[in-house]
Design a protein around this ligand. Structure first.
Ligand code: TYC
Length: 120
């Protein structure tokens, strides 16, 4: 069996060698800050024409919600004008938007949705 090259773990601290008066080495520790990736929420918009049943099916199919949750989200959109269907990485959110717009266009409904960065 082939042996694997050992993986070197990432170095968590930056160490900057410096010298003090006596010639000894001083190591300065700096914490490495890694930000979590920006997440995107897929927001569905209300309109006066798309049937409620169609919206519920779309939310179930593309956002993995059960009937109860999908109905709650649809009603929130209907009443407030918009609502969040899910939160994803940028590419996944863009794919969800494409899937919804494609399904709506094929069914002849004006349903719209967008993705936007999640603010924290
Ligand atoms: N307002 C639509 C109606 O009364 C239903 C609807 C809900 C449409 C949510 C779009 O994103 C939407 N038939």
């Amino acid at each position: 069996m082939a042996t694997k090259t050992p993986v070197t773990p990432p170095v968590p601290l930056v160490q900057t060698p410096d010298r003090d008066d006596g010639g000894s080495v001083v190591l300065e520790r700096r914490t490495q800050k890694v930000q979590p990736p920006q997440m995107y929420q897929v927001v569905m918009l209300n309109d006066d024409y798309t049937p409620m049943e169609f919206v519920v099916v779309v939310i179930q199919e593309f956002f993995g919600k059960d009937l109860e949750a999908a109905t709650q989200i649809m009603l929130k959109i209907h009443l407030d004008g918009k609502g969040v269907c899910g939160v994803y990485s940028r590419d996944v959110a863009a794919t969800k938007v494409d899937q919804v717009l494609d399904a709506a266009a094929k069914a002849g409904h004006p349903l719209q949705c967008i993705s936007e960065p999640v603010e924290f």
